[in-house]
Ligand binder design. Sequence first.
Ligand SMILES: [Mn+2]
Length: 332
Amino acid sequence: MRHIIINAMPIDSQIDVILKAQKILLSTHRNSDGDGIGSLAALYGALKNLNKQVWFAPVDEVPKRYSYMLENVDTCLNPDEIKPDLLIILDTNQGELCNPLYKNCISQNCKVLFIDHHVDDSKPHPLVFRIVKLEAASTGEIVFDVIKKMNVPMNDFIAAALYSSLTFDTQAFKLVKNSSRSHFIAGELAGYKINTEGIQRALFAHWTPDKMLFLSELIHSAKYMSNNSIVGLTVSLKQLEKYKLEGDDVNDIVDMFTLIPTVKFAYFIRQASDSEYKISFRSAGYDYAYKVAIKLGGGGHKSSSGTWLKADGFTMLEEKIKTELRLIKLLD
Ligand SMILES: [Mn+2]
């Protein structure tokens, strides 16, 4: 495993980088999620309060279920024209998940600040700053601290965006990284005029009869191995098409399989294009997900990680995963 570098720089110097910038672009990883968009919208609201010029620069299309957070957020589709002083990337510390935006900003000598809670094994770069806190259950938790440090007063808009971010990444306060912080922060946010039930439904209540049918197909095709300690799932583009589903619609399904107490490791391979596959790993209570993801060129959290790989079918990818599982003695 590669060595994990934890950023030793105190947060104040990164806050200074934000405060000194005037034109700021905000972005998040491709295949954005509720934490990335929620923390981004909250920071947008805070920076607007500081009279900064701020835009959201998307790297791909944002799934519809998160768009309620972006209603009052200005989007910039031509970042090159703006010549920003700073690009802030939320919920990832891998620039390559934000290309070509990240690459272009660096080549124009624009500073980049990552605010994130995934394992960070990147090399230092003179233009790149980082606030990476592995103990945070969501990026929203870190943005809450950043907003306090900048002395921006909380308001209804920021509170709703942060509540969305926390709710999404903790899966409605189930996964809080063994810390009470998510609950304490949520308590403060709920004191503002926000619709906590509406946010929960906007984030999670998007099932369709087709998705239910898809789930039943997936339940039947799941492969259990090693006395039900491993479960493998695969989804082709054809299946998604058959049930009228987008990639983001099925990202939550793998988590259901970790509710089986014997399951120590679950993998979910989703075909994203003819030759590209998104692979998610889960290992509730164990770090196997990260161990396997890092060997296959990805990253993430201890028990929830993933990677993107090129392949010409599922078999070769499943063999790669099984080889890694044998190396960590999960599979004979
Ligand atoms: Mn996150």
